[in-house]
Unconditional design. Structure first.
Length: 236
């Protein structure tokens, strides 16, 4: 399928209800058709073997196309400059925390970009950095992780999470969960930090979303005997 054909199909599949839901979550009016994520996944087979088509979809500025691009692109073919462009264009959290963070985590520049983005004063870039690192923890063998740096980040979260920007609080909480769930050697330290930060308050707008309590979430993973079990992919 060509870019025009995919865009036409996405426009056809969009609904006002889905568009309204996404806008309530933070999507920008006029930049989406409102296609359900499940329907977007049906198009991956038409895009997956065409890396340039995936890039072209992201560059449309249309959320549905951008999300599809993230599902379809080959992370190992992503250039650093392209990822930098993607993060700048991620104008709400689903693109920053999921699309770009997932692709970046599986790219050749995961560690480098996560470190850089986490320090940004721009909220969406910072959240992308934290989630890129959290995703990286979930797919990378422990022997390739910098344990001392992760410890330092856990300490940073403990000291500052409640004073951070809104969505940064959310992804910092998620970083604690990812550490406890995927890094066996740091399980106890992650649980300790989770207990100290307690409930994290995030403004989720006109939605019913809830911020997971890190201690409870890690405990559920432990009860399923999944602590330390890595994921094959963090793109979803």
């Amino acid at each position: 399928m060509t870019l025009d054909e995919i865009m036409w199909k996405l426009a056809e599949l969009g609904t006002e209800q889905t568009k309204k839901t996404f806008i309530n979550h933070g999507a920008k009016e006029g930049t989406l058709f409102g296609v359900k994520i499940g329907d977007l996944k049906k198009f991956v087979k038409f895009v997956k073997k065409d890396h340039q088509l995936a890039l072209d979809l992201y560059n449309t500025g249309n959320f549905d196309a951008m999300y599809l691009a993230g599902l379809s692109v080959n992370p190992k073919l992503m250039e650093k400059e392209t990822l930098q462009d993607w993060v700048k264009k991620a104008n709400w959290y689903m693109l920053a925390e999921y699309t770009v963070a997932g692709v970046a985590a599986e790219s050749l520049y995961a560690f480098e970009l996560a470190r850089e983005w986490m320090k940004s004063d721009e909220e969406m870039i910072a959240v992308c950095g934290w989630n890129t690192y959290a995703n990286y923890l979930s797919i990378t063998p422990d022997e390739h992780l910098d344990m001392e740096e992760i410890r330092s980040l856990l300490q940073q979260i403990e000291n500052s999470i409640h004073e951070e920007k809104n969505r940064v609080r959310y992804v910092m909480n998620g970083f604690v969960i990812s550490t406890g769930a995927y890094v066996t050697a740091l399980y106890n330290e992650a649980v300790t930090v989770a207990e100290k930060i307690g409930k994290v308050h995030v403004n989720v707008g006109k939605t019913a979303c809830k911020v997971p309590i890190a201690t409870d979430y890690i405990k559920k993973i432990e009860l399923r005997n999944k602590i330390g079990v890595k994921r094959k992919t963090c793109i979803c």
